[in-house]
Write a protein that binds this ligand. Structure first.
Ligand code: NDP
Ligand code: 8X3
Length: 251
């Protein structure tokens, strides 16, 4: 039987690559994001599978509830939710950061992810099957200068994933958290408010992860036998690892 994946943030980067991967494997798709033109492009691209697209800002609870309530019969039984929509804004130290940026990250990465999860879970539980794959980040486990609120939102995603598993014990629903490191997408252009030059500098001289790398991992996790739950999977490009602790020395 055809399975259906619901992917948030399908208009770019990881979400779009996941849409391509799951379409390639014959899954039905629900694809959402704010950019309608890109969703229309995806509808036209995936002609061999059943695709339903919805313009939805995950920060808007009513919009999220309506998106799930109004799913067509063909796409009502969601087998997999990829909670991918998210962003980083800014890289300034906490004492200089823009509070609006912090709020947007909390509203999107935390509250948006909660709204979509809460709206889709009852259906999964009543059907006795389903899988939620959250997209966290290495920033949720490892601090770095300027990571402040972004990293904290991804730490939420990690612990929320663990706690979902605890609540869903015995239901058969799987929950996984994928935690990527440096990956090239529109992520840095968004982080630097459209400054392409600054975004390009992030990846200069590196071989970062690609959205396709992440889509393959997400698909692999979803494709494990139904008794196997990958709890968390952290992945970095080979060019990325850790630094020593920073020690401030007096002059
Ligand atoms: P992109 O900027 O390429 O894609 C982000 C996606 O999220 C877009 O489709 C965007 O769609 C969607 N989105 C953002 N805000 C909203 C919103 N309010 N409502 C609905 N959709 C929204 O970045 P990535 O693909 O790299 O990022 C995807 C996820 O991966 C994010 O959660 C990010 O934090 C995480 N991540 C990224 C890493 C990286 O280095 N690239 C590493 C680790 C994690 P639209 O603008 O159309 O709404
Ligand atoms: C994205 C990876 O290191 O830029 O979550 O925070 S990082």
């Amino acid at each position: 039987m055809t399975k259906t994946a619901f992917i948030t943030g399908a208009t770019s980067g990881f979400g779009r690559a996941c849409a391509e991967m799951f379409a390639d494997k014959g899954w039905g798709l629900v694809l959402s994001g704010r950019r309608g033109d890109r969703l229309r492009e995806l509808e036209e691209k995936f002609t061999d599978v059943a695709v339903h697209t919805v313009i939805c800002d995950v920060r808007n609870r009513r919009e999220v509830e309506a998106m799930v309530k109004n799913l067509p019969d063909s796409h009502m039984a969601i087998d997999l939710l990829v909670n991918n929509a998210g962003l980083a804004l800014g890289l300034k130290p906490a004492q200089e950061a823009d509070l609006d940026d912090w709020e947007t990250m909390v509203d999107t990465n935390i509250k948006g992810l909660m709204y979509v999860t809460r709206a889709l879970l009852p259906g999964m539980v009543s059907r006795g099957k389903g899988h939620i794959i959250n997209i966290g980040s290495v920033a949720g486990s490892w601090p770095y200068p300027g990571g402040n609120a972004y990293g904290a939102t991804k730490a939420f995603v990690e612990q929320f994933s663990n706690n979902l598993r605890a609540d869903l014990h015995g239901t058969g629903i799987r929950v996984s958290n994928v935690e990527p490191g440096l990956a090239e997408s529109e992520f840095s252009v968004v982080r630097f408010h459209g400054n392409q030059e600054r975004a390009d500098a992030v990846y200069e001289g590196t071989e970062p992860l690609t959205p396709q790398d992440i889509a393959e991992i997400v698909y692999w996790i979803a494709d494990r036998p139904s008794h196997v739950n990958i709890n968390r999977l952290e992945v970095m490009p080979v060019c990325q690892s850790w630094s020593p602790f920073a020690i401030h020395r007096q002059e």
